[in-house]
Structure formats: C-alpha cells, structure tokens
Design a protein around this ligand. Structure first.
Ligand SMILES: Cc1ncc(COP(=O)(O)O)c(C=O)c1O
Length: 484
C-alpha cells in the first residue's frame, strides 16, 4: 500500500506501514506509541532521533521465529546501529553479535554479550586485533583473505591456543541483476580450497565453517546459490577428514520500506525461510556433511523501520520554479544514506497530519553544501516555519555513518517503550569530544578556553529572557548542558 500523495495520510495507511506505533491525535499531531511529537520537541528539542522499542523487538522475534531449523544462530549486525540500548535489546531477544571491529567487540561486551556470542568479521584485522579477539575468546574470527590467514597463523602460534575461524568466501554468484562477481569481500571461490588447505594444516587454527555476506541481496535465491557453494566446500573438507559446524550467510535483508525497495526487491524473513530451508536441507542431505549450525546476520531489517528522524522547518526559499524548505537537520549529521545510497525516505508532516497535501516542496538540510537535500518534490500540506517533519525508517546506517560536517553536533536519540515511557539512549555530541583529537595534539588552546566559549554558546535563553519558547535542546532537560 502506498499513500495517495494529494490526500490526507489516512490512519489506515499509518497502520499498514508502521504497524501499531504510529497514530495521530484530533489536532493532526503525530503520536509515536501514544506520545505526541510536540511533547517530544518540547522536552528534547529537534533535530532528534526517535526509536520504537517494540518495533525492534518485534523484528528480532520475527526474524528468529521464521527459521524452523535445529541449530539456528542469528547475530545482530551491530554496524548498522550500535547504540548500547539497541544491543541490549538484541541480546535480550536471544541474538548473538556480529562485530566488524575491535570497537564493536568492546561495545558488545559492554552490552553484556558473552565473548562466545561474538563473531568478528571484517576486511582488515591487524595481528593485534586478532590477538585481542582470540584472547577474550570470541566465538569465531572470519578471515577475509589469504593474507589474513597468515596473520592468524602467526598470532595463534604465539598464543599457542586454537583460534576458531570461519573462511569468508566470495561464491561468485549471479542472480538477475545481483552479482558478487565484482565484490571485494571474501576469498574468491577459485582460491577457497587453497585457503582451506592453509587453515587445516595450521597447528593452532580450527576451521569452524564458511561465511558469505551479500550486500543488498534482493531475493532468497541469492542465499540458496551461495549456500550451495559453501556446502560444496564443506564437502571438500569432509574429504580431508575435517567436519565443519557453521554455515554463516551474513545479512542484507531488506527492511519494509516501499520507497526504498520496489516490488520484487522485498522479501520477509518468513518468505526467505520458506524458500531457503527446504533447499538447504536438500543440499546438506545430498552432500553427506553433518548438519551445520545456520547463521544469519541481519542488520537493517531489525532497526531501519524502528527509527524516526524529527526535525523542523527554519526558513522557506520561494524560487521561481520550486519552493525549498530549509530545516534544522542535515543529510550529513542525520540521514547520510540519502547521499550514500540515494535512499528516498518517506517524510510525514508531523504536526499537520489532517490537512490535504496540496503543495510541492524540496526539503533541504542546513549545512553549507548544496548536496544537502533530504528529499525532493515532497507533497505536503502548506508548511509554516516551525512545522515539524518525521522522516521514517531511518533506524539503520544513520547516526553510525553520520558526521559532524560543519562542526554540527549529531542529534540525541531517545527510545519510546510500548507504554509511552521515553528514555534517552544517546545524548547530543559535545564540542569537547569533537575537538579533542586536535586539541590533544595541538596545544593551541588553554583547557579553560573551550569551556568559556561553550558556556557562552549554551546560554539558556528561556532563563535569561524569562519566556518559555519551544526548546531547541540547548540547556534543557540535560540534553546538552553537560559539555565541558
Ligand atoms: C559481514 C556483514 N554482516 C552483516 C551485515 C548487515 O547487513 P544488513 O544491514 O544489510 O543486513 C553487513 C553489512 O555490511 C556485513 O558486512
């Protein structure tokens, strides 16, 4: 279902797209889990990321529940949103943890994942990284190249301890327009046996299994084709007397967002499981290998639809051929995927959901770069200064990829629970953190200087001028007051 752009956005449409967490009140103000966005603006200011806890939980459960397979071990791919509270929720829902750096391993540990629940997969591991991961006892380290196997051999022989490894393979598959044949990930299939021989002949390496990640795989078939290739490698190992115990097929599952994933490019975890599992069972049976644990590493499927960006209009530029609304958000600090992956997010007129959408606008960010356009040709009601927008489905690859371009602070994040309780899960950036990498090495400023300027810039006008206006987060509610 898509919204008729000229009409009011119906309650039915809101429910069909954002299940039961979005509604509106009789004044046309958007409600998230029953909490009005005006209330959120008053308390936290804008721009603001809002996360819906129940949506994250539901998607974790849906994904896990879809696969009726004896040893199914989904891992949350933390790179798409590494907020500690989101990680905690993923752990509570029974997910293991996919880390792509030592930093992410440490975040996983801080979120109380056990080392044996953490797998470490990326393209660049130093020996020190491998040593760290092996020493704390992670579940597995995924080697991405023949060179990385050499590094693992060296570290393992120094440690004199078995390191559990997955070999990441590029299965060189092609399925319609989707192809891994030009991807940089993993060891190309033609070299996979060489990699296996290297690993199984190394005294302190333990080959656990194979890994594949196909970014943006748009159909279950791609997972079946890659599994076939990995199972063949497992069969090769069996011939050498080595039984593998894990097949890990990475992430890449689409979130529910019709404007990003057109018909035919979207499939649910259940649709994937229904097609994938019978084919997987058959290939395992035919290969004669022991049934391995099956791992998937969903990222954006879990969190994309649970994230909403709230921001407001600060000026209107009426040009001859179009009208541009300049806002206090930015692609750079908040919605980088508009620029990186050309994501066409759906944007709702958050404080005017009852008016017909009669006007066409471009919606721009506030940085000094003309590429900073959040969305073009958006049908909206007549928009006034101060009106608020809710940019939907931005829970993945947003703040983790966002930058401080123009030295803007990235916005805070809040989490709304099903009962409407709101919790701050990340505060706004601080200048002290943003400038530290330079101030630490260039002793150009006395430590008190930044504090002085900061104190001047964060003066709470509501207090000074004695009138309560809509808060912009500065100095209110502990959002930004504690910079040093
Ligand atoms: C190894 C690995 N696993 C999982 C993911 C998560 O992918 P997605 O967010 O598309 O599900 C990624 C994303 O880059 C990845 O590189």
């Amino acid at each position: 279902m898509t919204a008729n752009t000229k009409k009011i956005i119906s309650k039915r449409y809101l429910k069909s797209r954002w299940k039961h967490f979005l509604s509106r009140n009789s004044n046309g103000v958007l409600l998230i889990e029953g909490v009005s966005v005006e209330e959120l603006r008053k308390k936290y200011g804008t721009p603001l990321y809002v996360f819906v806890e129940e949506e994250v939980r539901k998607r974790l459960r849906d994904f896990k529940g879809a696969f009726d397979y004896s040893v199914f071990k989904p891992e949350y791919a933390c790179k798409c949103n590494s907020n500690l509270e989101i990680l905690r929720i993923a752990r509570e829902e029974g997910f293991d943890f996919d880390a792509s750096s030592v930093g992410e391993i440490i975040l996983g540990l801080l979120a109380d994942f056990e080392p044996w629940q953490i797998s470490f997969t990326n393209l660049n591991k130093t020996q020190q990284d491998i040593l760290f991961a092996a020493s704390i006892g992670v579940k597995s380290i995924t080697v991405d190249s023949l060179e990385e196997i050499d590094k693992a051999i060296e570290v393992a022989s120094k440690l004199r301890r078995k390191i559990p490894l997955l070999i990441r393979v590029n299965p060189m598959i092609k399925e319609g327009k989707y192809s891994t044949q030009n991807q940089q990930y993993g060891i190309p299939y033609a070299y996979a046996k060489r990699a296996i021989n290297k690993v199984i002949s190394a005294e302190y390496l333990e080959l656990k299994g194979f890994h594949f990640h196909g970014s943006y795989a748009h159909s279950p078939k791609a997972y079946i084709l890659s599994a076939e290739k990995l199972v063949k490698l497992a069969q090769y190992c069996l011939g050498k007397g080595v039984e593998i115990s894990v097949i890990d097929l990475g992430g890449g599952f689409p979130p529910e967002a019709p404007r990003q994933y057109k018909p035919g490019k979207y499939f649910t975890p259940q649709e994937l499981a229904d097609k994938f599992l019978p084919a997987f069972h058959k290939m395992i049976e035919q290969s004669g290998i022991r049934k391995p644990a099956l791992v998937f590493e969903p990222g954006k499927y879990i969190v994309a639809n649970a994230g909403i960006g709230l921001f407001e209009v600060i000026s209107k530029k009426n040009l001859k051929k179009k009208e541009i609304l300049v806002t206090n958000a930015s692609c750079y600090s908040m919605f980088p995927d508009v620029l990186v992956s050309h994501v066409n997010y759906e944007i709702l007129p958050a404080n005017d959901m009852l008016s017909r959408r009669t006007n066409k606008y471009d919606i721009a960010g506030c940085t000094c770069d003309c590429l900073d356009v959040i969305a073009k040709n958006q049908m909206m009601p007549y928009i006034n200064i101060g009106d608020m927008f809710a940019l939907m489905d931005c829970g993945a690859y947003s703040y983790v990829m966002g930058s401080n371009f123009n030295n803007l602070k990235r916005p805070p994040m809040i989490l709304i629970k099903q009962d409407g309780v709101v919790k701050m899960i990340r505060r706004r950036d601080r200048y002290s953190e943003m400038f530290a990498p330079e101030l630490d090495v260039l002793k150009v400023a006395d430590p008190e200087e930044l504090k002085k300027f900061y104190n001047m810039s964060r003066v709470n006008l509501n207090t000074v001028w004695g009138k309560a206006k809509n808060g912009n987060g500065n100095g209110e509610n502990g959002v930004a007051v504690s910079d040093k």
